[in-house]
Design a binder for this molecule. Structure first.
Ligand SMILES: [Ca+2]
Length: 460
């Protein structure tokens, strides 16, 4: 059973008018999809890659517990303080609002005292494991932009797995293992995210950093998104261009931060001692006061607005795209294959708009891509990171780097880094076998190799 705690009102987040807003003041926000510019041919639309603002995604999720009746208070029971088995004057009663601990208290506004929290039943059936799955579902692909933070009110669990799904809960993959003893619990060597590198950033690790039971003051468990971003963007995330370049070219990296659902698998509560105190099992339970998940709707860089209506998130697609994630071209706009927008070149990216179908207009469309005005980019973003240079970010296939903001490509090539054959983009390479066309993905690998300064292929 889903326990819905949503606002029933239509919720919408957007801070700018996508039409009226001038170019972003700070590069990298991608908060404008199109703007009108004046050319010799009159007013025309200039299209840019765009994405919704990062926001608190817990407002838009559904939470499900398994087992469904694991929340404490039905029937009412008393529980003891974790550190003191004789202090058992706390009561959980689902029928009394002041004594109830329902799941929605994991997502309410924290800041008041004392904290409000969800709590499980106690471990009265020991030695049968006390295990709870907490599933958070968005029914929409979202991109995580900040650490997932879970606050435990009565000791951090001895064993826990954070999992993710990219297919609405049909299949699950581990995101991170947490244990007081990783080897014992999961047969994994303990690691910290800080032990990882650009090469191993997608490794699934077991950490002992957050599982020291009730004996420390910290109540918090992180899943470290920002530390992973920092492998590409630097410790203070100053070089976001490098991160965006990576996200553009490496689908596995992009997918790593993308989810439709998260699942917190609580496998063993905090015990705090070597042995479970079987005489005082009311000391052992799970209690979570807060879960933070920040992210944005995945709209494939074709929308700045994501609407929450009727318990459903949907991108409001621009660039002649459609679908919940703007994942296809609108009818009559299939003049070339759909493609996601691109973060490059910084700061406006490339919209990769869908163009009218030949059949819909009778004559071949005039391909009207308007490139950013290079000189204005340089003036408005004097400290921007490079799109290309001659050290790390190489133009491919003989292209030359123009003022660090654009590759000038040989006639046969196109793309941000001259990575695509022009005939391939136009669909006129003339060979179904693909002979003569570089294997897809190889430019991305070349770029990665260039960025990471290694000659060996990466294992993601
Ligand atoms: Ca709370």
């Amino acid at each position: 059973m889903y326990l819905s705690r949503f606002l029933s009102i239509h919720a919408l987040w957007v801070t700018v008018s996508s039409v009226m807003q001038p170019y972003p003041l700070v590069w990298g926000h991608y908060d404008v999809c199109k703007t009108q510019i004046y050319t010799e041919e009159g007013k025309v639309w200039d299209y840019m890659a765009c994405q919704p603002e990062s926001t608190d995604m817990t407002k838009y999720l559904k939470v499900k517990l398994d087992p469904p009746d694991i929340t404490c208070g039905d029937p009412p029971e008393s529980f003891c303080a974790m550190g003191n088995p004789y202090m058992c004057n706390n009561e959980c009663d689902a029928t009394t609002p002041e004594l109830a601990h329902p799941p929605e208290l994991m997502f309410d506004f924290e800041g008041r005292h004392p904290s409000t929290f969800w709590q499980s039943a106690t471990w009265k059936e020991y030695p049968k494991p006390l295990q709870v799955n907490i599933t958070l579902s968005w029914s929409k692909t979202i991109e995580l932009t900040d650490n997932i933070v879970i606050t435990f009110e009565s000791g951090r669990p001895d064993q826990m797995i954070l999992e993710k799904s990219l297919d609405y809960g049909r299949t699950w993959q581990p995101y991170q293992y947490y244990a007081t003893d990783c080897l014992d619990a999961f047969h994994m060597d303990p690691k910290s995210v800080k032990d990882l590198s650009q090469h191993s950033v997608l490794e699934i690790i077991c950490t002992e950093e957050y599982s020291t039971g009730y004996s420390t003051n910290s109540k918090i468990i992180h899943f470290e998104i920002k530390d992973r971003f920092a492998f590409f963007a630097g410790p203070r995330l100053r070089n976001m261009a490098s991160l965006y370049g990576q996200l553009d070219t490496t689908k596995k990296l992009r997918d790593f931060f993308t989810v439709t659902d998260l699942r917190i698998r609580l496998l063993r509560p905090a015990v705090g001692e070597i042995f479970v105190d079987e005489l005082h099992l009311a000391r052992y339970f799970y209690a979570i006061s807060d879960i933070k998940v920040r992210g944005r709707c995945k709209c494939n860089l074709h929308a700045t607005v994501c609407v929450y209506d009727n318990s459903k998130l949907t991108c409001e697609c621009e660039h002649n795209t459609t679908g919940p994630d703007c994942g296809k071209c609108k009818k009559n706009y299939q003049g070339r294959p759909w493609s996601p927008g691109s973060y490059l070149p910084i700061p406006k990216g490339t919209a990769n708009t869908c163009i009218p179908s030949i059949s819909s207009i009778g004559t071949p469309p005039k391909f009207n891509r308007i490139w950013p005005n290079i000189s204005s980019l340089e003036v408005s973003n004097p400290k921007q990171a490079n799109v290309c240079d001659n050290e790390l970010l190489h133009c491919q296939n003989g292209g030359t780097c123009h003022n660090n903001v654009r590759c000038l490509c040989p006639a046969a090539y196109t793309g941000i880094l001259c990575e695509k054959l022009r005939c391939e983009e136009a669909g006129s390479c003339g060979s179904d076998s693909g002979q003569g066309v570089p294997p897809r993905g190889s430019p991305a690998l070349l770029l990665l190799t260039a960025l990471l300064g290694t000659a060996s292929p990466l294992v993601f």
